[in-house]
Design a protein around this ligand. Structure first.
Ligand SMILES: Nc1ncnc2c1ncn2[C@@H]1O[C@H](COP(=O)(O)OP(=O)(O)OP(=O)(O)O)[C@@H](O)[C@H]1O
Length: 607
């Protein structure tokens, strides 16, 4: 068996069969019941990998089935928050999985180092939000992860690493087979999973129509994870398995008073006992506690340097937008994101990269992702987009950006607000995510930021240029994470340089940017290492008083590392479903209002 996944970097591919000799093994990272994990380097490409070895002699019939399923499912996954499986191969003793290496370790180890829990804002923005994004992607493909826990969430680097889901050993393709088995780690199992029996053969219990569960089990597990990360232990964890079981089935978790209204509402929704009434991961992704941080997470690090204001991300929810009362539809809710959707591009012969093609082609390739309650603002931007549809050069795009900033600023100024915009270009088009509204803007390198002042003038902050990359380097970057990580220096925080355009003239803006960036921004095409041009218009007048703060008790994490299993419990006790009163926020401002809309919307969905 040799299985090369589509996410395998070109440098690692070869016509010959894959062999263990092609890998230099370094330290052992993990030793499981049937598997070993090593840090290794692919000798052909120099790419670091995590090499997972399954010892064939230790694999039962069920294990064999699961390993093959793991390879089949994992090799279909390509998402920025999912560890890539590059390929799988075997010899007489082992089955090997060559995986993307996550140098930041797993969340469990990281939590231990940080005292067992994280600040709420970090949980929502840096962990739960990205996990939800990955789970939405998985669920769209018909898969169920079934193994959510801190041990299976990895960080790409120690400092400011992105989180990635790992370990698809228990994942199942719900379009092909019915999940009927008690699989996963007890603390994270939903009630409907706990009620299923264990099994020892792949096809056992499949014919039992009364058994079975859905993707909703992942939503539950994520609720458990969110609680654990904030509070310091899983909500239903008890001394014995029977007690834990009892908690999962019948008890409501204890919510410490330090929990914010938003996190409590999110966790309570995810931990809805009835799978049918539980929100899907897609719906949870729109929960105000998560949605408000989503855009923040998508922003490049450099935006910190110019103190960008938090975007009121609740407005990004289509459903919320529709229902938002008029007073919410003021300037503070306006957010525009103009992106070039790199994931839609096809590389054509003679073109150095999809990105190069993209900016030579028509503006049909440009996605306008607008989030505003103002219909007139949307219409204006649509018109403006149509106006530049004949010409998609970088110059036109910058002009378009400049015009939009200027126009929006003056409108906001008229209503007593001010605006800021960031013009950014993203690197590494191949890394663009293929789902969700953040398409094509995964890694953005800001070029400049423009903000309006109260007297109507625009101030422009220019960022230092990116390191020069030739087109060969750029196209190599599309394929090799090693080369990319060495050349991009993601942790470096560029200091802004100050420039000033008194009247915010788009041509002046474009010229200034070119002057600052020289050959990085030629007149007619964007360099291949820049996939997206994004314009974000962010009002500055508001600041939500209800931003979550670090109120988390620093509680030492005690739980031992837990192994997943497909069979943990014995006979389930009798079933009684307990109904809990839904929580209504009392404070009707900001997030509270957004929460009550979300709750009302969910009530409608369930009804
Ligand atoms: N790609 C990776 N890069 C770095 N470390 C990894 C990687 N994959 C896994 N690990 C580390 O190895 C541990 C075990 O990996 P994994 O969960 O895939 O093994 P497993 O045998 O399936 O585990 P389990 O018994 O929990 O199901 C993880 O918790 C993590 O610490």
């Amino acid at each position: 068996m040799v299985h090369v996944a589509s996410s395998c970097p070109a440098y690692m591919q070869r016509p010959e069969p894959w062999r263990i000799e092609d890998y230099e093994l370094h330290k052992q990272l993990y030793k499981g019941k049937a598997s070993l994990l090593y840090k290794a380097t692919c000798r052909l490409s120099g790419i670091p990998v995590a090499l997972k070895l399954y010892r064939k002699a230790r694999l039962s019939e069920l294990n064999w089935y699961q390993v093959q399923r793991e390879i089949r499912i994992h090799s279909q996954l390509q998402h920025e928050n999912i560890i890539a499986l590059y390929g799988a191969f075997e010899d007489s003793e082992h089955v090997y999985l060559a995986l993307e290496y996550a140098s930041g370790g797993d969340l469990y180890e990281n939590l231990k180092l940080r005292g067992g829990c994280l600040a709420e804002e970090r949980v929502a923005r840096d962990v739960v939000g990205p996990c939800l994004s990955a789970l939405c992607y998985l669920h769209q493909k018909g898969f169920i992860w079934r193994d959510c826990k801190p041990e299976n969430i990895l960080l790409t680097s120690k400092a400011r690493g992105a989180v990635k889901l790992a370990d698809f050993g228990l994942s199942i393709d719900a379009t092909e087979e019915r999940p009927v088995t008690r699989a996963g780690t007890l603390d994270y199992m939903a009630p409907e999973v706990v009620m299923c029996p264990e099994k020892s053969h792949p096809q056992e219990n499949k014919e039992k129509a009364l058994l079975g569960y859905t993707q909703a089990v992942d939503a539950w597990a994520l609720g458990v994870l969110a609680y654990e990360l904030i509070v310091g232990h899983p909500p239903f964890e008890r001394e014995t398995r029977t007690d834990t079981y009892e908690q999962i089935m019948y008890r409501r978790p204890h919510y410490p008073s330090a929990l914010s209204e938003g996190s409590r509402s999110f966790i309570a929704a995810a931990l809805t006992k009835s799978a049918r009434k539980r929100p899907s991961v897609e719906e949870l992704r729109g929960h105000p506690w998560i949605a408000r941080y989503r855009l923040q997470a998508a922003q490049p690090a450099a935006s910190d340097a110019v103190s960008m204001h938090t975007v009121p991300a609740v407005a990004r929810q289509e459903s919320l937008r529709k229902q938002m009362p008029k007073e919410e539809a003021d300037g503070s809710q306006v957010y525009y994101n103009i992106t070039v959707d790199a994931s839609q591009q096809r590389q054509r012969p003679g073109q150095s990269s999809p990105a190069a093609h993209m900016l030579e082609s028509s503006t049909d390739d440009i996605t306008l992702d607008m989030t505003t309650t103002s219909v007139s603002e949307q219409e204006s931007l649509k018109e403006e987009r149509a106006a530049v549809s004949q010409d998609s050069s970088l110059q036109s795009l910058i002009q378009w950006a400049g015009t939009s900033v200027r126009r929006l600023s003056s409108r906001l100024l008229a209503s007593g607000g001010s605006a800021a915009a960031e013009v950014a270009a993203s690197a590494s088009p191949a890394m663009a995510v293929s789902d969700g509204p953040e398409q094509g803007v995964v890694q953005r390198d800001p070029i400049c930021r423009v903000s309006s002042s109260l007297d109507g003038s625009l101030e422009t902050l220019f960022y230092p240029p990116l390191p020069q990359q030739d087109s060969t380097q750029a196209s190599r970057d599309d394929q090799s994470p090693l080369v990319r990580s060495q050349s991009r220096q993601p942790d470096a925080e560029p200091a802004p340089l100050l420039g000033h355009n008194a009247h915010g003239n788009a041509d002046v803006l474009a010229d200034s940017i070119r002057a600052q960036h020289g050959s990085h921004l030629p007149n007619t095409t964007l360099p291949a290492d820049k996939a997206a041009l994004a314009l974000k218009l962010q009002p500055q007048k508001h600041s939500h008083a209800d931003c979550s703060s670090d109120r988390t008790p620093e509680k030492q994490r005690q739980r031992p590392r837990q192994e997943s299993t497909a069979s943990l419990m014995e006979t389930p006790p009798p079933r009684t479903l307990v109904k809990f009163p839904s929580q209504r926020p009392s404070r009707q401002s900001g997030i509270a209002r957004a929460l009550s809309f979300w709750n009302a919307q969910m009530a409608d969905t369930v009804a």
